[in-house]
Each structure stands twice: as C-alpha cells, then as structure tokens.
Ligand binder design. Structure first.
Ligand SMILES: [Zn+2]
Length: 471
C-alpha cells in the first residue's frame, strides 16, 4: 500500500455518546486497521458535534485531504458518521470520496464509491440517517410550535408595522402601520407590487433597510397574515406543515381587506411550473403491455391515477396510491421474514458454507471419474459408443454441480452483506409513510429496479423487481 490511511471519529449526539464511547471506537478502528494490514497515520477527531459540514472543522480538513488524494482509505465506525444534515452535504462527501478513489473502511464493510452498488448503499443509508435527524429536529421544534399556537410571535425581528412588545409580543408602530394600510389599499385598487414599491420610494418613505422599496418586500407585506392578527410559522421541511394561529397582537388591517387582497393575489398568480415530483412512482412503473413508463395523469380530476400514454395501449389505469400500496406490501412480504426470524441469515450462512465444501469435494470427484472414463477408453476397455455415452453422462453431472456451486456462492454473498441492506429496507418501510412524494420516489428507486404493471378486467397484476445486490 503506497498511501497511508486515517481514522475519523465523531460522537453521535442523539445517541448520547460520551468521550468513553469515542475511546472505544478508537480502539475498535485501530484493531480493524491491524486486521486489514492498514497503516494509520492520522486521527481526525471531532470535538464538537455539528450537523452540517461547516460546523465540523475536522471533517472539512479531512475532505480537503481526501480531495488531494492523501489517503488510501478512511476508517470510521459507520457510514452514518461521515454525513448528517443536508443532502447537499452528503453529496459533497460522496463525490469527494468517489473522485479521489478513497475507500471507506468500516467494521462491517469496505466501501468503494466508484462501485455503483456501494454508492447506492451509501446513498440510501445517508438518506435514512437524514430522515432520523429530521425527526429529532422536529421533536425539538415542537416547543416552538406550541408557542406559536398560543399566539406568540417568536421570530426575533418584528415585522414592518410593528415593534417588539415584551419577548414574544408585538405592538403597532403607527407610522409604519399607515404605510401597511396604504400598501393594502393600493393593491386592492389594482396597483401591482412594482407600482406600489415605486410609489413608496418616490414619496420618500423609508423602508426597513433604508434603501428603496422593492416589489418582493411589498409582496411579503401582502402575504403576511400578521397584519390581520395572525401568527404564522413555516416548517423548513414541508409546506403543508405551515401553521397559522390567532396572534396575541392587534391587527393593522381588517379581515375583509386582508381577504380582498388575498383574492387579488390568487387571481394574479400564474400557476408556477411544478418541478417537484408529486408522483412517488415517477419513472418506476413500466406498462406490462407496451413497455412504456407509466405516468401520473395530468388531467385535473384524474391526476390521482397512474396511466400508460402509449397510443392505443389497452392497459387500464389505476389509482396511484393503490399501486403504491401494492408495491409496498410486495416489499413487506419480500423482507418480512427478517422481522420474524432475525437470526436466520447466520444459520443459513454456516449451512451454505458446509454445502459449498461438499459441492467442491464432489466437483473434484466428478473430474476424477471423467478422467477415468477417458483412461478406460484409451486402454480399450470402453468402445467408442460406451465412451461417448458415459462421458456425456459425466458432463451433465459436472454441469449440474457447477450450477449448484454458483448458486451456493451467490447465497453466501447475499447472506454476508444482504442482512445489512435488508435491515435498511425494513427501516425504510417502517418510516415510509412519513416521507413526501419526491422523497418516497428517491427511496423506492434505491430499492427497486423496476415494477411491471398489468391490468385488465380480471384485475391488477403487479410484479416488483427488487434491486437486491449483495452489499
Ligand atoms: Zn402501455
């Protein structure tokens, strides 16, 4: 090995790990290095436990060294340790290891991200840990949510038109409130945001930033329910989690004016092009009749259906959510046994090993017998006919043995690594319903190779091909 390797250590905050755990991890990784014949010449140890890369100085240094091709491999306890937080972070880490061809060595497995299978697994694990992280953050946020629901305004800066009152309240700033009323009145009398902004700037009315008014600020004022006495909170992750509650503060405009302004906004809004995936099965389901990829119907009321757009194709459409649940239950059936008998893979493993040994003995035996047949022919014991017949019989036996050997070898590989990926898939299924459409899509794509869909008057037939590559 030309290049040396390093160790990366980081506490997992949410599992409540201590410095003690870190010491144990260090020892485990040193043992692992010894076992694999790896020379460790540096340890990166994160003191703080920031979630984003920016808050993890050791990770920043490690990544830059990996980028420079300094390390043959990086040892860490688990793939999860490397990434947490945003997906962009994760992508950055994965790309850096991939481009430099640096291996990730964990006690469970060595990952080479240039290998597509390994990259897939890392992708999925990262996705799951991000999900777990989000759930933890969500729990921490619930305190804030409670505060908003009881009418507090918790954003540090008060909105234009208000001053702070106490730590969680708002008091009307009369000068600014006049401007807010003007904005709403102008807007419902058919002035657009650009025009209002120019008008305020021309009048010399100071904005919060003391610069000229811009249309997006106007739009912000017009869309903020704080002016009709509400408090609002946006979830960072999901739009549907937006909370609007009655505030404890006084309103600047009447509910009627607020509603009129919202109606105008609604009419002006040209429906934005949806780039976000709203079909969790996008790109996954193939028409069993014509082979085209099935899509979500774009037409209004039927938008909940999965259809084949092939011209003249006779395949019948289904409700998207129905197809989705059939696929999920297929996966549950495929991986369900793991839940019931978690120890089975280990037993199988030793059984497969024994079996392979027997098969290999048999292989040698068969080859010996074949040689013997030839010897007998050469010695004149067998006629040509007898030789050909016996030889063909032996060849068939050898072929059968060979096929069995290959099958058993595959079993062994699947058992060695498959347990890990099965475990992950099981976890995915457990959390599945918490994901939104595009996340579900991403997840399914890491597990499923393709789904074939066929429906006629007899009913729906779906076959799911799971991407089950040995880890
Ligand atoms: Zn079709």
């Amino acid at each position: 090995m030309d290049k040396a390797s390093c160790i990366y250590l980081r506490k997992s905050r949410e599992s409540g790990e201590t410095d003690d755990t870190l010491g144990k991890h260090r020892a485990t990784l040193h043992d692992l290095a010894k076992e694999k014949g790896i020379t460790v010449s540096k340890i990166y140890e994160e003191i703080v436990s920031g979630e984003s890369i920016a808050k993890r100085p050791q990770m920043i240094e490690l990544l830059s060294n990996v980028e420079d091709g300094m390390w043959h491999s990086v040892l860490c306890m688990d793939i999860d340790r490397l990434g947490r937080g945003g997906l962009r972070n994760q992508g950055q880490i994965v790309d850096t290891f991939k481009d430099s061809g640096t291996l990730i060595v964990t006690p469970r497995k060595i990952y080479d991200l240039r290998d597509e299978n390994d990259a897939d697994v890392v992708d999925m694990m990262a996705f799951i840990s991000r999900k777990e992280y989000q759930m933890i953050t969500r729990r921490m946020l619930s305190g804030r949510v409670r505060s908003i629901k009881s009418g507090h305004y918790i954003t540090p800066t008060p909105p234009y038109g208000y001053n702070r009152s106490g730590t969680r309240g708002l008091a009307i700033n009369e000068t600014e409130a006049e401007v807010v009323r003007l904005i709403y009145e102008m807007y419902v009398s058919s002035s657009g945001c650009y025009k209002i902004a120019r008008h305020l700037s021309d009048m010399g009315i100071p904005s919060r930033s003391h610069g000229p008014w811009i249309h997006s600020t106007i739009n912000g004022v017009l869309s903020n329910p704080v002016y009709c006495g509400k408090v609002r909170w946006f979830s960072e992750t999901k739009a549907k989690d937006t909370i609007i509650a009655d505030g404890n503060h006084k309103s600047i405009i009447s509910p009627e004016l607020w509603q009129r302004a919202q109606n105008v906004r609604k009419n002006k809004e040209h429906s934005p092009t949806r780039t976000k995936i709203s079909n969790p099965l996008a790109g996954l389901v193939v028409c069993g009749v014509c082979g085209r990829t099935m899509v979500q119907n774009q037409k209004g009321a039927d938008a909940t259906r999965l259809v084949c757009l092939g011209y003249g194709c006779k395949n019948i459409s289904s409700r998207l959510d129905h197809v989705e649940s059939v696929i999920i239950s297929e996966l549950e059936i495929t991986f369900g046994d793991l839940v019931i008998k978690p120890d089975l893979p280990m037993e199988n493993k030793s059984r497969s090993k024994d079996k392979l040994k027997l098969l290999m003995n048999r292989k040698a035996e068969l080859q010996k017998q074949k040689n013997h047949i030839f010897d007998s022919y050469e010695a004149g014991v067998y006629s040509v006919e007898t030789y050909l017949k016996r030889s063909a019989q032996k060849d068939a036996e050898i072929d059968a043995n060979k096929a069995e050997v290959e099958r058993t070898e595959k079993e062994l590989v699947a058992e060695a690594g498959g347990k890990d990926i099965k475990e992950k898939i099981r976890k995915v299924l457990e959390y599945y319903l918490n994901f939104d459409a595009s996340e579900r899509n991403r997840l399914l794509k890491t597990i499923i190779d393709n789904v074939t869909y066929f429906k006629d008057k007899k009913g729906l037939r779906i076959s799911v091909t799971v991407r089950f590559k040995p880890v």
